[in-house]
Design a protein around this ligand. Structure first.
Ligand SMILES: [Zn+2]
Length: 165
C-alpha cells in the first residue's frame, strides 16, 4: 500500500530508509508510515465429519473456496474475530477450540496477511451463506474442492487433517 499524503498534516510523503526498511515519511511533521502485516482469522468447523467451507463472493479469488475467515477488527481478539466471521459467513454460532496454527499469507493482493486458524465447534446447525460468501458447503476431507483460495488456508486444512489421523 502506498499513500500520497501525510494523514496528519497533508504534506506529500517521501521515501526514507528507517531501521533498514524503506518507509514513507513526512518531512514536515515527522510522521512515519509503518506498514505492518494484517492479522486475519479462519476457522475449521467440522459437522458430521465434514468441513465447512464457503465460496468467495468478491475479489480477490472470487468463486474459489476458503475456510470461513476474515480480517480482525481493531480491539477484537482472535477468538472474537473467529466467532464473528463464522456467524457472518455461515450463520453458525461456534465455540473456538484449539489453535491449528499461525500462517504467513503472501498471496493475498490486499496485504501481507498473518492468518490465525482455530478449530471450532458448531453450536447451531442452520447453515446459511452470508456476507461475502456466495455459497456454503460441507466437504468430506477425502473430497475437498480443488480450487481453494490462499495457500495459508490450504496449509491449515492439511495440518488439521494430518493431526486427525
Ligand atoms: Zn506530516
Amino acid at each position: 500500500m502506498k499513500y500520497k499524503f501525510c494523514p496528519l498534516c497533508k504534506s506529500t510523503l517521501k521515501h526514507k530508509k528507517i531501521d533498514s526498511h524503506k518507509r514513507q515519511v513526512c518531512l514536515d511533521c515527522g510522521f512515519i508510515y509503518y506498514q505492518n502485516p494484517t492479522p486475519a482469522v479462519a476457522v475449521i468447523i467440522m459437522i458430521g465429519g465434514k468441513l465447512v467451507m464457503v465460496k468467495r463472493k468478491y475479489e480477490p479469488f472470487a468463486g474459489l473456496w476458503t475456510l470461513p475467515a476474515g480480517f480482525m477488527e481493531y480491539g477484537e481478539s482472535a477468538q472474537e474475530c473467529a466467532t464473528r466471521e463464522a456467524k457472518e459467513e455461515t450463520n453458525l454460532r461456534i465455540k473456538t477450540g484449539d489453535l491449528v496454527g499461525v500462517y504467513n499469507g503472501l498471496d493475498d493482493p490486499r496485504s501481507h496477511v498473518i492468518l490465525v486458524v482455530y478449530q471450532a465447534q458448531a453450536l447451531s446447525s442452520n447453515l446459511l451463506a452470508g456476507d461475502d460468501a456466495s455459497q456454503i458447503e460441507l466437504f468430506s476431507p477425502r473430497n475437498l474442492p480443488r480450487d481453494i483460495a490462499f495457500k495459508a488456508h490450504r496449509s491449515a486444512i492439511r495440518d488439521f487433517l494430518a493431526r486427525q489421523r
